[in-house]
Design a protein around this ligand. Structure first.
Ligand code: TYD
Ligand code: MG
Length: 458
């Protein structure tokens, strides 16, 4: 019999190496390769003793009802799930340490258990007393939850098989282990193995499984990517340090949308829903300030207003500084280049700081025009009207492109008391309505003229 071989697996990406290396060639991570026992399975093992069972193929047309959903009655949470949790589905919730993953999981479980569902909270990280303490802080200590401190997947599956649960929360998947594997908890094979077993059990019994996952310093869920493929829904819980609000985002969702977000605020008694985020992200705005622009954005189905601040200052450095918070730095570089080349603004010799107030992170290209407006306004030292909003995409030729859901953006702005809008040229026949004074622009040059007042002082 051949001696048991071991293999070397990168704990960050799951790539296999023949020998130990200090840096994984696949993902570039340092010091992430660890030795693991080789798997028993050898390729070609199917050509063995018995034949497989014949499959009964079916047609695509069939009678299948939409899956029944279990609503948590936390509106912001249900919105991200797509209307509630689907029985038999597996979810993975990732986020930085201390962002509130355990808190939101406990709150959701408490709500569902009060509504009569059987919810099990398995804590592998915290002792029972810590979980109880948190529940007391949240005012949920009387919720009929089943609590256990457990890390052995065999014990967990056995206990869950005896009495079926509607929702099982595993906090966190990195602490779970299979006793049939040699490697330590948190290694790629353990995370993959434990995940597989738990998900298989959930699918068989129609249980909803919520796995809490750690993230690496790059912000990805730690462990193999394959874990994200195994689950039905991948959620990220985000937020800026020093800010109270938290955003829940689905990056994969087999049963719902992936562009919806849930907004919460961390208070001293847990996470509160924020039904009207626009009001939260807009600071007090009664004075006109140069470099400050309100962007009318859309997150999923919901319009959201955010303040973009820019500071353009002459640089003392050979290579000017570019600092961005809440937006893509590559997109900022693009907008700067367009302003420089197409509009003749001397941006390249200036330090540029860009900030989305409140700590929100914008991903829409529709923010291009608002960013450009903030930059031009800061450079010109001329404020835009404080009751105005801006949205539109900027192309490399300096053209302003239309964006989706213009009407919804304008309606939300009008609701919050804004009266002016700088927008892309709308498709013919459409008006913005709402007593809004809209200035439709086809190219960035017109915006520059508008802000500089066309007096040639650039
Ligand atoms: P937690 O849910 O433990 O984070 P995670 O599981 O993602 O690591 O949240 C911990 C943080 O939230 C901690 O810094 C304290 C804070 N917090 C509150 O501000 N209010 C509360 O009611 C609770 C329970 C936590
Ligand atoms: Mg936690």
């Amino acid at each position: 019999m051949a001696a048991a071989q071991s293999r070397f697996v990168c704990q960050a990406c799951g790539a296999e190496h023949r020998k130990w290396v200090g840096r994984c060639e696949t993902c570039g991570e340092w010091n992430s390769v660890a030795e693991e026992a080789a798997p028993k399975y050898t390729p070609g093992g199917l050509k063995g003793k018995h034949k497989g069972r014949k499959l009964a193929f079916e047609s695509l047309v069939g009678v299948s009802d939409p899956p029944p959903r279990l609503a948590t009655c936390i509106t912001e949470l249900d919105r991200v799930f797509g209307g509630g949790l689907v029985p038999g589905s597996a979810l993975l919730l990732g986020g930085d340490p201390g962002i509130g993953k355990s808190t939101i999981a406990l709150q959701a479980a408490a709500r569902l258990s009060k509504a009569g569902a059987r919810c099990v909270y398995l804590s592998g990280e915290e002792a029972m007393d810590q979980v109880r303490l948190r529940a007391r802080r949240l005012g949920l200590e009387h919720a009929p939850l089943d609590l256990a401190a457990a890390t052995n997947v065999r014990d967990i599956v056995t206990s869950l098989s005896e009495q079926r649960a509607d929702l099982v929360i595993v906090d966190s998947i990195q602490t779970m282990y299979l006793d049939s594997l040699d490697s330590a908890p948190g290694t790629v094979s353990q995370v993959r193995g434990a995940g597989q077993e738990l998900i298989r059990h959930a699918k068989e019994t129609g249980t909803i499984l919520l796995l809490v996952g750690h993230v690496t310093k790059e912000g990805q869920i730690a462990g193999p990517k394959v874990l994200e493929h195994m689950v039905d829904t991948v959620l990220y819980f985000e937020g800026e340090r020093g800010h109270q609000f938290r955003i829940l985002r689905a990056v994969k969702n087999r049963f719902g949308p992936t562009d919806e977000i849930g907004v919460f605020e961390m208070t001293d008694h847990g996470l509160d829903e924020v039904p009207n985020p626009s009001a939260l992200f807009l600071d007090r705005r009664d004075a006109d300030v140069a470099g400050t622009v309100v962007f009318a954005g859309i997150e999923g189905s919901r319009p959201m207003l955010m303040e973009i601040q820019a500071l353009v200052a002459p640089s003392a450095l050979g290579t000017p500084r570019r600092a961005v918070v809440g937006w893509d730095s590559a997109r900022l570089a693009m907008v700067l280049a367009v302003l420089d080349t197409r509009c003749g603004l001397a941006m390249s010799g200036n330090d540029v700081y860009l900030n989305v107030a409140g700590g929100f992170s914008i991903r829409e290209p529709a923010a291009d025009l608002a960013v450009a407006a903030a930059l031009i306004s800061s450079l010109a030292q001329r404020p835009l009207p404080h009751d105005g909003i801006v949205f539109g995409e900027v192309g490399l030729a300096g053209e302003i492109r239309p964006v989706s859901q213009a009407k919804a953006r304008i309606t939300e702005a009008a609701k919050l008391g804004f009266r002016q809008a700088i927008v892309p040229v709308l498709r013919s026949g459409k008006s913005v309505g709402h007593d809004m004074k809209a200035r439709a622009m086809g190219e960035l040059g017109s915006l520059v003229d508008l802000i500089f007042g066309n007096d040639g002082r650039r």
